[in-house]
Design a protein around this ligand. Structure first.
Ligand code: CP
Ligand code: NVA
Length: 308
Protein backbone atom coordinates (compact mmCIF):
# COMPACT_ATOMS: atom_id res chain seq x y z
CA UNK A 1 0.00 0.00 0.00
CA UNK A 2 1.11 3.54 -0.73
CA UNK A 3 -0.02 6.98 0.29
CA UNK A 4 0.17 10.23 -1.69
CA UNK A 5 1.62 12.82 0.66
CA UNK A 6 4.12 14.54 -1.64
CA UNK A 7 5.18 14.33 -5.28
CA UNK A 8 8.72 14.08 -3.94
CA UNK A 9 7.88 10.47 -2.96
CA UNK A 10 6.84 9.48 -6.51
CA UNK A 11 9.10 8.24 -9.28
CA UNK A 12 8.84 9.82 -12.73
CA UNK A 13 7.26 6.55 -13.90
CA UNK A 14 4.59 6.81 -11.23
CA UNK A 15 3.86 10.42 -12.25
CA UNK A 16 3.46 9.29 -15.86
CA UNK A 17 1.29 6.36 -14.78
CA UNK A 18 -1.09 8.87 -13.16
CA UNK A 19 -1.05 11.19 -16.20
CA UNK A 20 -1.67 8.37 -18.68
CA UNK A 21 -4.52 6.94 -16.65
CA UNK A 22 -6.00 10.44 -16.18
CA UNK A 23 -6.06 10.86 -19.96
CA UNK A 24 -7.77 7.47 -20.43
CA UNK A 25 -10.35 8.15 -17.73
CA UNK A 26 -11.08 11.63 -19.08
CA UNK A 27 -11.66 10.25 -22.58
CA UNK A 28 -13.83 7.45 -21.23
CA UNK A 29 -15.89 9.94 -19.18
CA UNK A 30 -16.35 12.22 -22.19
CA UNK A 31 -17.49 9.29 -24.30
CA UNK A 32 -20.41 8.59 -21.98
CA UNK A 33 -19.14 7.63 -18.54
CA UNK A 34 -16.52 5.73 -16.60
CA UNK A 35 -16.57 2.02 -15.84
CA UNK A 36 -17.30 1.34 -12.14
CA UNK A 37 -13.72 0.33 -11.30
CA UNK A 38 -14.13 1.51 -7.70
CA UNK A 39 -17.50 -0.16 -7.12
CA UNK A 40 -18.06 -0.69 -3.41
CA UNK A 41 -15.06 1.48 -2.43
CA UNK A 42 -15.39 4.44 -0.08
CA UNK A 43 -13.29 7.53 0.55
CA UNK A 44 -13.37 9.44 3.85
CA UNK A 45 -12.58 13.13 3.28
CA UNK A 46 -11.33 15.13 6.27
CA UNK A 47 -11.27 18.92 5.89
CA UNK A 48 -9.66 21.35 8.34
CA UNK A 49 -10.09 24.22 5.84
CA UNK A 50 -12.71 25.26 3.25
CA UNK A 51 -12.67 23.81 -0.28
CA UNK A 52 -14.65 23.89 -3.51
CA UNK A 53 -12.49 22.08 -6.07
CA UNK A 54 -10.84 19.46 -3.88
CA UNK A 55 -14.04 18.43 -2.14
CA UNK A 56 -16.27 18.32 -5.21
CA UNK A 57 -13.74 16.83 -7.62
CA UNK A 58 -12.86 13.99 -5.24
CA UNK A 59 -16.51 13.34 -4.46
CA UNK A 60 -17.56 13.35 -8.12
CA UNK A 61 -14.49 11.28 -9.01
CA UNK A 62 -15.55 8.55 -6.58
CA UNK A 63 -19.17 8.65 -7.79
CA UNK A 64 -18.19 8.45 -11.47
CA UNK A 65 -16.00 5.39 -10.73
CA UNK A 66 -18.82 3.62 -8.88
CA UNK A 67 -17.68 4.38 -5.33
CA UNK A 68 -18.78 6.79 -2.61
CA UNK A 69 -17.18 9.63 -0.70
CA UNK A 70 -17.95 10.92 2.78
CA UNK A 71 -17.36 14.60 3.59
CA UNK A 72 -16.19 15.27 7.13
CA UNK A 73 -16.25 18.98 7.92
CA UNK A 74 -13.74 20.90 10.05
CA UNK A 75 -16.29 21.03 12.90
CA UNK A 76 -17.00 17.33 12.83
CA UNK A 77 -13.62 15.71 13.37
CA UNK A 78 -11.61 18.47 15.03
CA UNK A 79 -8.41 16.64 14.12
CA UNK A 80 -6.02 16.59 17.06
CA UNK A 81 -8.49 18.45 19.30
CA UNK A 82 -11.46 16.17 19.94
CA UNK A 83 -9.17 13.15 19.66
CA UNK A 84 -5.63 12.47 18.56
CA UNK A 85 -4.69 12.34 14.89
CA UNK A 86 -3.47 8.77 15.40
CA UNK A 87 -6.82 7.66 16.81
CA UNK A 88 -8.72 9.35 13.97
CA UNK A 89 -6.57 7.38 11.52
CA UNK A 90 -6.99 4.11 13.43
CA UNK A 91 -10.79 4.49 13.61
CA UNK A 92 -11.54 5.95 10.18
CA UNK A 93 -9.44 3.35 8.39
CA UNK A 94 -11.62 0.59 9.88
CA UNK A 95 -14.59 2.06 7.97
CA UNK A 96 -13.32 3.35 4.62
CA UNK A 97 -11.00 2.20 1.82
CA UNK A 98 -9.09 5.47 1.51
CA UNK A 99 -8.66 8.77 3.34
CA UNK A 100 -8.21 12.19 1.74
CA UNK A 101 -7.32 14.98 4.16
CA UNK A 102 -6.85 18.75 3.94
CA UNK A 103 -4.90 19.86 6.99
CA UNK A 104 -3.04 22.87 8.31
CA UNK A 105 0.13 21.17 9.59
CA UNK A 106 1.79 18.71 7.21
CA UNK A 107 2.88 16.61 10.21
CA UNK A 108 -0.79 15.77 10.71
CA UNK A 109 -1.12 14.21 7.28
CA UNK A 110 2.09 12.26 7.94
CA UNK A 111 0.63 11.04 11.21
CA UNK A 112 -2.63 10.02 9.53
CA UNK A 113 -0.59 7.99 7.06
CA UNK A 114 1.53 6.44 9.79
CA UNK A 115 -1.50 5.14 11.69
CA UNK A 116 -3.94 4.43 8.84
CA UNK A 117 -4.54 0.95 7.50
CA UNK A 118 -5.72 2.42 4.18
CA UNK A 119 -4.09 4.83 1.68
CA UNK A 120 -3.97 8.50 2.70
CA UNK A 121 -4.07 11.28 0.09
CA UNK A 122 -2.93 14.83 0.84
CA UNK A 123 -5.62 17.29 -0.25
CA UNK A 124 -3.45 20.30 0.74
CA UNK A 125 -1.25 20.97 3.74
CA UNK A 126 0.84 23.97 4.71
CA UNK A 127 3.77 22.19 2.99
CA UNK A 128 2.36 21.10 -0.36
CA UNK A 129 -0.59 20.32 -2.65
CA UNK A 130 0.33 17.21 -4.68
CA UNK A 131 -3.08 16.56 -6.28
CA UNK A 132 -3.13 20.12 -7.62
CA UNK A 133 0.31 19.88 -9.21
CA UNK A 134 -0.36 16.44 -10.73
CA UNK A 135 -3.52 17.74 -12.38
CA UNK A 136 -1.64 20.86 -13.51
CA UNK A 137 0.98 18.66 -15.20
CA UNK A 138 -1.92 16.90 -16.88
CA UNK A 139 -3.30 20.26 -18.11
CA UNK A 140 0.08 21.37 -19.47
CA UNK A 141 0.60 17.98 -21.14
CA UNK A 142 -2.86 18.18 -22.77
CA UNK A 143 -2.11 21.65 -24.13
CA UNK A 144 1.51 21.12 -25.21
CA UNK A 145 1.50 17.36 -25.93
CA UNK A 146 4.80 17.06 -24.05
CA UNK A 147 6.33 18.06 -20.73
CA UNK A 148 10.08 17.72 -21.20
CA UNK A 149 11.63 21.11 -21.91
CA UNK A 150 8.34 23.00 -21.39
CA UNK A 151 8.98 26.10 -19.27
CA UNK A 152 6.74 26.92 -16.31
CA UNK A 153 7.16 30.35 -14.67
CA UNK A 154 5.76 30.66 -11.15
CA UNK A 155 5.24 34.24 -9.98
CA UNK A 156 4.42 34.97 -6.34
CA UNK A 157 4.46 33.19 -3.02
CA UNK A 158 6.83 30.23 -2.55
CA UNK A 159 3.99 28.35 -0.86
CA UNK A 160 2.43 24.87 -0.78
CA UNK A 161 1.31 25.06 -4.42
CA UNK A 162 4.72 26.30 -5.62
CA UNK A 163 6.42 23.48 -3.69
CA UNK A 164 4.40 20.76 -5.40
CA UNK A 165 4.82 22.41 -8.80
CA UNK A 166 8.61 22.39 -8.39
CA UNK A 167 8.59 18.70 -7.43
CA UNK A 168 6.22 17.84 -10.29
CA UNK A 169 8.15 19.80 -12.91
CA UNK A 170 11.56 18.47 -11.92
CA UNK A 171 10.33 14.85 -11.84
CA UNK A 172 9.38 14.98 -15.54
CA UNK A 173 12.07 17.24 -17.04
CA UNK A 174 10.09 20.48 -17.23
CA UNK A 175 12.00 23.72 -16.73
CA UNK A 176 10.84 26.00 -13.94
CA UNK A 177 11.52 29.65 -13.13
CA UNK A 178 10.32 31.12 -9.86
CA UNK A 179 10.08 34.81 -8.99
CA UNK A 180 9.21 35.63 -5.38
CA UNK A 181 9.80 38.66 -3.16
CA UNK A 182 12.48 38.48 -0.48
CA UNK A 183 11.27 36.45 2.47
CA UNK A 184 8.69 34.49 0.44
CA UNK A 185 10.97 32.10 -1.46
CA UNK A 186 10.59 28.32 -1.41
CA UNK A 187 12.34 26.78 1.58
CA UNK A 188 15.93 25.60 1.20
CA UNK A 189 14.87 21.97 1.73
CA UNK A 190 12.37 22.17 -1.12
CA UNK A 191 14.88 23.79 -3.47
CA UNK A 192 17.46 21.15 -2.62
CA UNK A 193 15.01 18.37 -3.51
CA UNK A 194 14.17 20.21 -6.73
CA UNK A 195 17.85 20.27 -7.72
CA UNK A 196 18.17 16.59 -6.85
CA UNK A 197 15.21 15.63 -9.10
CA UNK A 198 16.42 18.01 -11.83
CA UNK A 199 19.81 16.27 -11.86
CA UNK A 200 18.00 13.09 -12.94
CA UNK A 201 15.41 14.59 -15.28
CA UNK A 202 17.43 17.37 -16.92
CA UNK A 203 15.07 20.15 -15.74
CA UNK A 204 16.46 23.66 -15.50
CA UNK A 205 15.57 25.72 -12.43
CA UNK A 206 15.81 29.54 -12.27
CA UNK A 207 15.29 31.29 -8.94
CA UNK A 208 14.95 35.06 -8.79
CA UNK A 209 13.00 38.13 -7.83
CA UNK A 210 12.03 39.57 -11.23
CA UNK A 211 8.67 38.38 -12.64
CA UNK A 212 9.59 39.67 -16.13
CA UNK A 213 12.81 37.60 -16.15
CA UNK A 214 10.94 34.51 -14.95
CA UNK A 215 8.25 34.65 -17.66
CA UNK A 216 10.70 35.18 -20.54
CA UNK A 217 10.17 32.32 -23.08
CA UNK A 218 7.68 30.72 -20.66
CA UNK A 219 5.07 28.26 -21.97
CA UNK A 220 3.01 28.68 -18.81
CA UNK A 221 2.74 31.39 -16.17
CA UNK A 222 1.38 30.24 -12.82
CA UNK A 223 0.31 32.24 -9.80
CA UNK A 224 -1.51 31.62 -6.53
CA UNK A 225 -3.02 33.77 -3.79
CA UNK A 226 -0.75 36.06 -1.80
CA UNK A 227 -2.49 35.12 1.45
CA UNK A 228 -3.00 31.39 1.90
CA UNK A 229 -5.56 29.88 4.24
CA UNK A 230 -4.28 30.30 7.78
CA UNK A 231 -2.16 33.41 6.99
CA UNK A 232 -5.00 35.95 7.22
CA UNK A 233 -3.39 37.84 10.10
CA UNK A 234 -0.50 38.72 7.81
CA UNK A 235 -2.71 40.10 5.02
CA UNK A 236 -1.68 43.76 5.12
CA UNK A 237 2.06 43.07 4.95
CA UNK A 238 1.64 40.46 2.23
CA UNK A 239 -0.50 42.64 -0.03
CA UNK A 240 2.21 45.30 0.12
CA UNK A 241 5.13 42.91 -0.44
CA UNK A 242 3.49 41.10 -3.36
CA UNK A 243 2.15 44.18 -5.19
CA UNK A 244 4.87 44.07 -7.93
CA UNK A 245 4.09 40.37 -8.54
CA UNK A 246 0.67 40.70 -10.15
CA UNK A 247 0.05 38.58 -13.25
CA UNK A 248 -1.44 41.20 -15.56
CA UNK A 249 -1.55 41.81 -19.32
CA UNK A 250 1.82 43.63 -19.31
CA UNK A 251 3.54 40.62 -17.71
CA UNK A 252 1.80 38.07 -19.94
CA UNK A 253 2.96 40.05 -23.01
CA UNK A 254 6.57 39.27 -22.04
CA UNK A 255 6.17 35.49 -22.30
CA UNK A 256 5.73 33.33 -25.44
CA UNK A 257 2.82 34.56 -27.61
CA UNK A 258 0.84 31.37 -26.91
CA UNK A 259 1.67 31.24 -23.18
CA UNK A 260 -0.99 29.68 -20.96
CA UNK A 261 -1.87 31.36 -17.68
CA UNK A 262 -2.54 29.09 -14.74
CA UNK A 263 -3.92 29.47 -11.21
CA UNK A 264 -5.00 26.72 -8.83
CA UNK A 265 -7.98 28.84 -7.68
CA UNK A 266 -9.61 30.31 -5.66
CA UNK A 267 -8.28 33.55 -7.17
CA UNK A 268 -8.21 36.93 -5.49
CA UNK A 269 -8.91 38.88 -8.65
CA UNK A 270 -7.30 42.29 -8.68
CA UNK A 271 -4.50 41.03 -6.42
CA UNK A 272 -2.31 38.23 -7.84
CA UNK A 273 -4.20 38.14 -11.16
CA UNK A 274 -6.30 40.67 -13.07
CA UNK A 275 -9.77 39.93 -14.43
CA UNK A 276 -8.44 40.71 -17.90
CA UNK A 277 -5.90 37.88 -17.66
CA UNK A 278 -8.05 35.41 -15.68
CA UNK A 279 -10.83 35.73 -18.28
CA UNK A 280 -8.57 36.37 -21.28
CA UNK A 281 -7.43 34.17 -24.17
CA UNK A 282 -4.35 32.80 -22.38
CA UNK A 283 -6.25 31.59 -19.32
CA UNK A 284 -6.63 27.84 -18.73
CA UNK A 285 -7.94 28.30 -15.18
CA UNK A 286 -11.17 26.37 -15.63
CA UNK A 287 -9.57 23.53 -17.60
CA UNK A 288 -7.24 23.19 -14.63
CA UNK A 289 -10.21 23.06 -12.26
CA UNK A 290 -11.92 20.38 -14.38
CA UNK A 291 -8.73 18.35 -14.65
CA UNK A 292 -8.53 18.04 -10.86
CA UNK A 293 -11.34 15.51 -11.21
CA UNK A 294 -9.68 13.50 -13.99
CA UNK A 295 -6.23 13.39 -12.37
CA UNK A 296 -7.71 12.45 -9.01
CA UNK A 297 -9.72 9.64 -10.56
CA UNK A 298 -6.38 8.22 -11.69
CA UNK A 299 -4.88 8.67 -8.22
CA UNK A 300 -7.91 7.03 -6.59
CA UNK A 301 -7.95 4.14 -9.05
CA UNK A 302 -4.25 3.45 -8.52
CA UNK A 303 -4.23 3.83 -4.73
CA UNK A 304 -7.56 2.23 -3.85
CA UNK A 305 -6.82 -0.70 -6.12
CA UNK A 306 -3.34 -0.91 -4.55
CA UNK A 307 -1.51 -0.91 -7.86
CA UNK A 308 0.74 2.17 -7.69
N1 CP B 1 -7.31 24.52 -5.84
C1 CP B 1 -7.96 24.02 -4.76
O1 CP B 1 -7.48 23.16 -4.05
O2 CP B 1 -9.20 24.57 -4.55
P1 CP B 1 -10.11 24.36 -3.26
O3 CP B 1 -9.42 25.07 -2.12
O4 CP B 1 -11.43 24.97 -3.60
O5 CP B 1 -10.22 22.88 -2.98
N1 NVA C 1 -2.00 28.42 -1.34
C1 NVA C 1 -3.43 28.29 -1.19
C2 NVA C 1 -3.93 27.21 -2.07
C3 NVA C 1 -5.41 26.96 -1.99
C4 NVA C 1 -5.88 25.85 -2.88
C5 NVA C 1 -3.77 28.04 0.28
O1 NVA C 1 -3.06 27.27 0.92
O2 NVA C 1 -4.73 28.64 0.76
Amino acid sequence: MKHLLSIADLSADEVWQILNLARELKEEWREGGNKPILKGKTLGMIFQKPSLRTRVSFEMGMIHLGGQALYLSPDEIKLGERESVADVARVLSRYVDGIMARVFAHKHIEKLAAYSQVPVINGLSDYNHPCQALSDLFTIWEKREKLEGVKLAYVGDGNNVATSLLFAATKVGMDMALASPEGYELSDDVIELGWEFAAHSGSKIELGRDPAAAVREADAIYTDVWVSMGQEEDTERRLKDFAPYQVNAALVAQAKPDVMVMHCLPAHRGQEITDEVADGPHSVLFDQAENRMHAQKAILALLLNFEL
